[in-house]
Design a protein around this ligand. Structure first.
Ligand code: MF3
Ligand code: CO
Length: 250
């Protein structure tokens, strides 16, 4: 499938979908504190999405059973919310959510600390976020997709963190996952050329230790193989002829 170029009308719908998702993320973020369950966070996300008149796009996606992915500590992504999984002081928690507004999808993720966290955990969160911003410096019409991948990789390398290779970013629009796939690690080919009107979800997943991941028996939860903690930072962006527009900032 070719990479879709959104029309001005579609871009407006993507902007609104992404703006609404920002509201959802903000409400979930405000609820994070020791004693809250990962299911509590999912309920807030699901409720806000529906109150805004939107549809949670993760729910039932390939059978995913919830509206939000809530991944704690060594869980990389796709953690299934559970009322028995209680957030503790010092944990880090990654919230990944998306929604559909008038047929257009948005997708964003953030990792937050629960109460006071260690300096090492805070650094992992900060560096993961910074790698996204390094990557999107290359995200403009005329550049190639893998310029983004290479920039993220080059930025992370000096920290010695593991860049997850088994999961990647993606195009987004009338589906949650459109072409192209967007790796967060160095590529030998340049990849497709970027054009104004492409909408992409760029989402580095970075482990404090090695890059290798495993899947739990629920077939969803991705965990680090070495038990090290992991952070995730994702925004839906719009490629333009100049600076990219980050649609899911809030
Ligand atoms: N943001 C993730 C992604 O882009 C989450 C989707 S997985 C789901 O792939 F199953 F929960 F939808
Ligand atoms: Co995504």
């Amino acid at each position: 499938m070719a990479i879709t170029i959104k029309s001005e009308r579609e871009i407006e719908l993507m902007r609104e979908s992404c703006r609404l998702l920002g509201i959802v993320h903000k409400e979930m973020e405000e609820a994070i504190r020791p004693g809250v369950s990962t299911m509590d966070i999912n309920i807030i996300g699901d409720t806000v999405i529906r109150k805004l008149g939107c549809i949670p796009n993760f729910k039932n996606y390939n059978g995913y059973p919830a509206s939000v992915c809530v991944s704690v500590n060594d869980e990389v992504v796709h953690g299934i919310p559970n009322k028995k999984r209680i957030l503790q002081e010092g944990d880090i928690v990654s919230l990944d959510a998306g929604l559909i507004y008038k047929g257009y999808h948005s997708d964003a993720a953030r990792t937050h600390g629960v109460g006071q966290i260690s300096p090492a955990a805070q650094k992992l969160i900060d560096v993961t976020k910074a790698s996204f911003f390094e990557g999107i410096k290359m995200a403009k019409a005329g550049n190639h997709l893998h310029d983004i991948s290479n920039a993220i990789d080059a930025f992370i390398q000096p920290y010695g963190y593991g860049i997850v290779r088994d999961l990647v970013g993606h195009g987004i629009g009338t589906s949650l996952h459109e072409d192209p796939q967007i790796p967060n690690f160095a590529q030998r080919r340049r990849g497709p050329k970027l054009h104004a009107g492409m909408t992409l979800a760029i989402e580095p997943m970075i482990n404090m230790g090695r890059a290798d991941v495993d899947w739990l028996d629920d077939d969803w939860t991705v965990v680090t193989e070495d038990g090290s903690w992991s952070a995730h930072y994702e925004n839906t962006i719009l490629i333009t002829d100049g600076e990219p527009e980050i649609l899911t900032l809030y």
